[in-house]
Ligand binder design. Sequence first.
Ligand SMILES: [Zn+2]
Length: 254
Amino acid sequence: MSKKEQTVIKCHKCGKEGSVELWTSLNTSSNPEAKKDLLEGRINLFQCLDCNSEATVPVSFLYHDMENNYCIWHFPFEETEYIDFYDNFTTRGKIKSDSDEDFLPEPSYMKDAQIVFSMDELRRHVIFRDNLYKAKSEKKANINAVQAGFNIVYLLTNFHGRINENKISDIKKCLHFNFRGDVDIESEITLINSLNHKEKSKRFSDAVNFMKDTAPPETRMRLMDFALDLIAEDKKLSDDESKFFEFLRLMLAN
Ligand SMILES: [Zn+2]
């Protein structure tokens, strides 16, 4: 939940009173539009209608991103002068929170909240965390695609008894060239070889479905062509096999 209220404060420059919307808590799931304001420095910003001066109002403020499981506490630095302020923290400098926001159980990451003393630093930390999650999820998606790609090619050739050291080396080269990613191919091979036929089929269809749902079309087609080349190079496909590959090709292409 976000918390905000309209408050009247005195302008720090001309002393005239004016109204400002003060946020003490911003939950990005409840108020996604307010995140944009925050990143543009417009949250808790007092704008004087008399002298046009602007200033960020110093208030305690909780930024809460439930999607990415993190939160940041901003405290006005002036508060560090008061002994009672330190009751909010553990000796390790972590937040000591017993608040029961809407009586919901407190997520564990609340205790690991980043603590900052300026709204600029809060903004920078939000940008840092957003970029961090993006980079990590892209990396993970890439690894998953390479893994699925390897499973498809390896299992296809495996089903046809065409696996040998040269083939494995070709597959690795192709995957490295076309996809890149930190997949431990040796562990994948060990794992796949330990499966029985039924488990292999299951793993194969899981990998195909994953590839079908996530990989871009050109990646899928490249993979399929590579698999067909590997299998067909020294063996004429039977009618059934041709039909199966045509089916697979269509499925991967969609
Ligand atoms: Zn003013």
